[in-house]
Design a protein around this ligand. Structure first.
Ligand SMILES: [Zn+2]
Length: 244
């Protein structure tokens, strides 16, 4: 008896836009990494964000159409990043960042989705990541944010929790990291993208021990793998629900 096995051709129907935070003139968070017997090294959030984003892309590109808002070190406004999401008709938008605090004590990874909240600690992170939006632009963006929240918050929250769950499985115990959870925040780049979206803070480059982990290829690979697994799970579940 003959069995015909159909080859697994990827549908490539879903479109993912990965956004490496900052770039070009905007370094994002900065720190000096000091390792014994080595010259101190300047570290910029933008470079790490790009490295992790490329790893996420390579883990997903066989099954989905995956684009990056930037593939090299260049300046890009929040509007340009979000505009690209419209142009390529992205189903989801994932912005990749790294955290930093002046006290140098903060540590751990966290995942944000777009929603209103009253958390003062989150407001501090927002002010850093929203830096390039100012004045009048902020007011317009607030109106836009409210409209986008109404439409996308449940999907964004589900996407954030699936990504975060998979990141936790891949990095928490292996690298002894603190799980800071999934949180709502008003990041304008997410609002402007107008689709289910998340913003990842992969770790603190201001923490002397955490930066060593975050800089390692092994952390970046496992973290990217967690993000990719979460995205796959999101699309799989979405497909199942859309049958009814
Ligand atoms: Zn950032």
């Amino acid at each position: 008896m003959l069995f015909w096995v159909l080859p697994q051709t990827p549908s490539l129907s879903q479109v993912i836009l990965i956004d490496p935070g900052h770039g070009g003139e905007d370094c994002g968070a900065k720190t000096v990494y000091k390792k014994k017997k080595h010259k101190p090294k300047n570290i910029c959030e933008k470079d790490l964000a790009l490295r992790i984003s490329k790893k996420i892309q390579s883990k997903l590109k066989r099954k989905y159409q995956v684009y990056l808002t930037r593939t090299h070190d260049r300046t890009l406004s929040l509007e340009e990043r979000a505009g690209l999401a419209d142009k390529i008709k992205a189903d989801i938008f994932v912005s990749v960042h790294l955290n930093s605090v002046s006290s140098k004590r903060g540590h751990g990874y966290e995942t944000y989705y777009l929603d209103n909240h009253k958390d003062e600690a989150v407001k501090k992170i927002e002010s850093i990541e929203n830096r390039s939006a100012k004045g009048e632009e902020l007011i317009i963006n607030q109106i836009l944010a409210d409209l986008v929240i109404q439409r996308t918050a449940p999907s964004s929250k589900r996407l954030a929790s699936l990504i975060h769950k998979n990141i936790t499985k891949r990095v928490k115990s292996k690298f002894k990291l603190t799980d800071r959870g999934t949180k709502p925040a008003l990041f304008y780049v997410l609002a402007l993208s107008k689709r289910p979206s998340v913003l990842l803070e992969a770790g603190f480059i201001s923490h002397s021990k955490e930066i060593e982990k975050v800089l390692s290829d092994s952390f970046q690979n496992r973290y990217a793998d967690g993000v990719a697994r979460g995205i796959r799970e999101y699309f799989k579940k979405k497909k199942k629900f859309s049958l009814f």
